[in-house]
Design a protein around this ligand. Structure first.
Ligand code: AMP
Length: 117
């Protein structure tokens, strides 16, 4: 069932996470394998499996993901900037089928993607 994602369990408080922000639409918590000094995941409280599954009905919660990202960035002192990433399905390298923003920062992050050729 889609509501049984690991992130849904974090939203429901069933498994522990370092939650840095939550409201009625979204929850933000630190990535368990950080790839930057600050690496926070921001997820809708209600499961949307991927960026290919969003609908017009989701627009309020999708907007909230961005305002939550700005709040978390301010909390974490990322005034010099940061990167937001959404991985989608197999080619995007999505591991958890629960839409999420990766918010990464705390140092210059370099090129977005290392070209293979
Ligand atoms: P993605 O590849 O975009 O689906 O990213 C999934 C992310 O979830 C990875 O960066 C994982 O390190 C992270 N992750 C997986 N399980 C947990 C967890 N229990 N708590 C925090 N982050 C997690």
């Amino acid at each position: 069932m889609p509501e049984d994602t690991i992130f849904a369990k974090i939203v429901r408080g069933e498994i522990p996470a370092d939650v840095v922000y939550r409201d009625e639409h979204v929850t933000a918590f630190r990535d368990i394998h950080p790839q930057a000094p600050v690496h926070v995941l921001i997820v809708p409280n209600r499961v949307i499996p991927s960026a290919l599954d969003v609908t017009e009905e989701d627009e309020p919660v999708l907007g909230r993901l961005f305002t939550a990202a700005r709040r978390v960035a301010e909390q974490e002192g990322l005034a010099d900037g940061f990167r937001l990433i959404v991985n989608c399905r197999a080619h995007g390298g999505q591991e958890v089928d629960h839409l999420h923003l990766h918010l990464m920062g705390g140092e210059p992050l370099g090129p977005m993607r290392v070209r293979r050729r």
